[in-house]
Write a protein that binds this ligand. Structure first.
Ligand code: UN1
Length: 492
């Protein structure tokens, strides 16, 4: 059995208390390795290593920090297939999706590598003569990256790469369901030449590992992706020491299908964004808001396609839908199926675990569809994070937009229509952070801001230029070269 270690200050080391936790393949139950169950002691060591490395790293010229990220991108490209296979084994999603996950990390490496030669600040005219001013970005210090299991490589890169190019050092605590992918990523960062201590890796669950990180006085920024309940806890706890906190949390994303939509196209988008990643994306579609005029026709096309999806081990290229991540999530998904029935929705297909043959060894759940769903039902309001889709019928675009906007989340939404006026109205009135026209709710690209409104976030964005804001502090330098005291804002 392989026993893995934390990576702290350039050294692989077990948890101080000697404890470990197991990492299983959710498709087969195979044990993949044991990882350190880190506590306060290990977190202290990791933060202290990051703090020590900050003095040097912040002064490495940003273009050099960027070049390092380019090398990381090259290495990730070389190792793409191996990283994808490792990820499928521990997370379950199918290979074409884990390849996409790695690709998103490669894209981020190149994008943030380029930022090494930009990191734009600005200079504008000043009020007084013989004086200049410059606004520039400074790193903040030690960043804690707390990442989820559904994008085991992409999401760590969204946090780590902008933090690093801006000159911060960091501690990464990946989800306990997907530690191996994070470990491989950190190995590649060091293979690319990262100085020791700049990135530190500690494994363990929210309690005690994450908890020790969010309370550590030397952590300046916490970048967290996970559930809304945990994110709220992080924000409240971090407020005591005025840490900066960036949260990416849940979604209840909808595809709106109007009466003039290309229904075949809509079916493709709904299938991919609802059942891809077994519905375990924060951008996953979990509601279809269908115009009543095409509601029946849409279901006729959609249901056989859902029933034809092949479940199985994601390493098999023929498989469409992998397992749910763990037993607890499987139970949660099933509880929502029971709840949907008791709320009066009609279960059209799925609604149960899949246990035939090999599937019995993993956490498989049948792709599930409910219709006759009313917008206020809990299955239409709460994040399920599984392969469960609710269809809601509406009469107008206005009603569709209202239904779309009335959940506690606001990550992404999609509209299928051929009508340019409807597109413009939707762009104006949908209140999610991301909107797709004639495409499903997933597939955001890293050069744009990623995040959402309401309970999805706390006003920050990851990725794109906006992604740098979380990891930098504005610093303004005024230089007076008049040789006399000049007073701003004071009448002469
Ligand atoms: C997530 O589900 O947490 O837009 C991230 C998408 C992907 C990222 C999803 N590029 O679906």
């Amino acid at each position: 059995m392989t026993l893995y270690h934390n990576y702290i200050g350039g050294k692989w080391q077990p948890a101080h208390n000697g404890q470990t936790f197991p990492n299983y393949n959710p498709a087969s139950g195979e044990l993949l390795g044991d990882f350190p169950l880190s506590d306060q002691h290990d977190v202290d060591a990791a933060v202290s290593a990051a703090r020590g490395a900050f003095a040097h790293w912040r002064r490495v010229p940003a273009p050099k920090r960027g070049e390092l990220l380019f090398r990381v991108g090259e290495l990730m490209k070389q190792h793409k297939e191996e990283l994808a296979r490792t990820m499928t084994r521990e997370m379950g999603k199918v290979l074409k999706e884990t390849r996409g996950d790695v690709q998103e990390g490669i894209d981020m490496a190149y994008y943030m590598g380029g930022e090494g030669r930009r990191l734009f600040g600005y200079s504008v005219p000043v009020e007084l003569s013989d004086k200049s001013a410059l606004a520039m970005r400074d790193p903040v210090g030690v960043v804690a990256c707390i990442t989820p299991w559904n994008f085991p490589i992409a999401i760590p890169t969204w946090k780590m790469f902008p933090a690093l190019v801006a000159g911060n050092t960091l501690v990464l605590k990946p989800a306990e369901d997907t530690p191996l992918s994070a470990l491989r990523l950190v190995e590649l960062l060091y293979e690319a030449g990262l100085p020791e201590g700049v990135v530190n890796l500690v494994f363990g669950p929210g309690q005690p590992t994450g908890e020790a990180l969010i309370h550590h006085p030397d952590v300046a920024v916490i970048s967290f992706t996970g559930s809304t309940d945990t994110g709220r806890h992080v924000a409240i706890e971090a407020a005591h020491s005025l840490k900066r906190v960036s949260l990416e949390m849940g979604g209840k994303n909808a595809v709106i299908v109007m009466d003039d939509a290309d229904l075949d196209l809509a079916v493709e988008g709904i299938l991919w964004s609802s059942y891809g990643t077994t519905g375990q994306r924060c951008t996953a579609c979990s509601r279809v808001i269908a115009h009543r005029a095409i509601h029946e026709r849409l279901l006729e096309k959609l249901v056989p396609r859902i029933e034809a999806l092949r479940l199985g081990n994601g390493l098999d290229e023929q498989v469409d839908v992998g397992p749910i991540i763990n037993a607890k999530q499987l139970e949660k998904v099933h509880r929502y199926s029971e709840l949907g029935k008791s709320e009066g929705a009609t279960l059209v297909t799925g609604g149960e675990s899949a246990r035939e043959g090999e599937l019995a060894r993993g956490y498989f759940y049948r792709p599930t569809l409910f219709c006759d769903v009313r917008p206020a039902m809990r299955i239409a309001q709460e994040e399920i994070f599984g392969p469960t889709l609710s269809v809601i019928a509406v009469d107008t675009l206005d009603e569709a937009i209202t239904v779309n906007n009335q959940t506690r989340y606001g990550l992404s939404s999609a509209l299928y229509t051929q009508d340019v006026n409807r597109v413009q109205r939707a762009m104006r009135d949908l209140t999610t952070g991301i909107i797709y026209i004639n495409s499903g709710t997933t597939g955001a690209e890293i050069q744009f801001p990623f995040g959402g409104t309401r309970g999805t976030g706390n006003g920050h964005r990851e990725a794109g230029l906006a992604g740098l804001d979380v990891f930098t502090e504005w610093k303004v330098v005024y230089t007076d070269f008049s040789g006399k005291l000049q007073k701003a804002q004071i009448d002469s």
